[in-house]
Design a protein around this ligand. Sequence first.
Ligand code: ADP
Ligand code: MG
Length: 695
Amino acid sequence: MRHDAASPVQYLKGVGPRRASLLERIGIRTVRDALYYLPSRYEDRSSPRRINSLNREETVTIIGKILKAELVTPGRNPRFKIFEIVITDTHGLMRIKWFNQAYLKNTFKPGMEAVFYGPVKTGFRGIGFEMQNPEYEIISGSDDDSSHIHTGRIVPVYRCTEGLSQRQLRNIMHSVVTGCESLPDSLPADIIAKYKLPALAESLMNVHFPPSSAGLEELNSGRSIYHKRLSFDELFNLQLGLALKKMKEEKETGISFRPDNQLIDRLISALPFKLTNAQQRVVGEILDSMKSEKPMNRLIQGDVGSGKTVVALISMLAAVECGYQAALMAPTEILAEQHYLNICGYAEKLGISIALITAGVKNRDYEAISSGRTDIVVGTHALIQKDVSFKNLGLIVIDEQHRFGVMQRAAFRQKGINPDTLVMTATPIPRTLAMTLYGDLDCSVIDELPPNRTPVFTKVFDEKQKNSIYTMMDDEVKKGRQVYIIYPVIEESEKTSLKDAVTGMEGIQAKFPAMNVALLHGRIPPLQREEIMRRFKAGEINILVSTTVIEVGVDVPNATLMVIIHAERFGLSQLHQLRGRVGRGADRSYCALLAYGMTDESVKRLQAMQETTDGFRLSEVDLEIRGPGEFFGTRQSGMPDLKVANLLRDTKILDAARKEAFSIIEHDPDLLKYPALRQSVESMWGKKLEILRTA
Ligand code: ADP
Ligand code: MG
């Protein structure tokens, strides 16, 4: 049977409306979705392990016949039940146990044959081996004639959903892939030949139902030649999209700024510090691209506290000097407010005018912006709304880029006529990955921190050690320093048992009656919030109890202690950002991470926080723990989702795909010679490509 990749799976043999809705739950609606729903792992059932050849702690597949099945109550608690079976594969016997899954007695009956996959453990009282809570699949006694799909070969195992068994899903997959022989292969033939890649249909078939010659290890790590071919396709299409965008931009003419450095020099002499070498270098790189006629598209990477703000301000002044407006977009209101206040401090001295646009600001003077009276506009994504229009927007700066997507960046740029663009991020990204995410951007790195910074001393505490945290708070405040204390949620709620900021605030005020304690969170009205931040900055508040609204950018050098409650709940980049709020002055700073119960992952995260303050190292650890998909939040960033490729694993493929994609676009920018390719790029990027093209 042949399928059209776009047709719904519902009409395939053996699917129907009920299963179609189950499939939709795992993201499968069309035949194409199914084709790219790859097995999460593979089991070698062509030669399952013999029960008499197993070693302790191996994870293995065994197949056997059930001799005995019973539900036992081993202890005094009548509710604690173990379901136990004994199987044989003719070479030996094996006991298999499931804890508290009494319903299994209806699944397994003596005489049935089944497959089990799980770790081998030492048996009860150290005698023999057993398996505990393995995955399983009944082989005999089922009513289809497709058993060659399920045993006697390398078998795919998919992520399932309730109501849809492994076996049913595997049958559906088999019928999907056997119908895909005629799927058009959009990858150009010379590339297929050059990299010795298998054909598309062959790859899809084999990635789901591998031949017995395929290596189990390669399959399981996604490194088989079939996986590679599919990853290549995906990364190639991704890079084509980026290449198209870059090509389009390079053909455009932007603004060629000719700053006379008047404002810039005045700012630099007004700064209370000297720019670091890295800041000077990056400023130079930015000014060079601003002078060029090509629209600038530059990414500034710099760890927390490396001084990105002043670099942004200098760039904006360069635009203002040349009679243009500049705009800075920040991811949160607090951060926008802070940038605004910060720049206000200099604006007066420099004689420039500045405005703040966030959801919370009433009485916005749109006219001042559209008439050009305002030189610099700072705001949140409220900046990209319809009512905001500029007279002549020359430079846009996007702070903390990873929070905004390609789409928002594009929408922002449309506020001007090919304005120069600067994006700043504190999430250091390994080079190859940066190329993928920001393949269309040039990159500058501020790889040096301002002098006299001492690394923040970080320690993990548990609930019993809470008092030592109070002592630290007391000590710091007595030294005239200030403290942040961060909670994961604003208020107590029935949904979670997490400690909350409102209750925390009361407790701390009671504990330290003589101190000024203030509460800050996203639901406090902006004017009040600004006032609290101002007072904290001025040193009038000793302890600021807050949620993560202060996560990025907030800058109060006199704050020397950061306490994070429920540190186990926060992601690594968030913890690093939060910790970055202290250690901004010359004084020794501390970060206390209070954890309530830990998972393996949170142990790894908090350990990493204790061991290093290097943002690059932390982002590597983060990447290892979470994998790249989640790390980047690709969906949010506006990049197409990757279904097959893994940016960590497939760096070589990425390099090759990037090279080929950029070379094709260079020779044939509209893909006229490759209509199938054009179509597949469009289907991957969808509407995003439209925006990219006009951005
Ligand atoms: P980030 O890169 O995290 O946005 P900021 O721009 O907020 O960092 O800078 C952090 C702090 O360092 C601010 O207090 C800023 O005034 C200060 N700073 C920036 N550059 C220098 C420098 N060259 N020397 C000393 N302090 C600096
Ligand atoms: Mg910043």
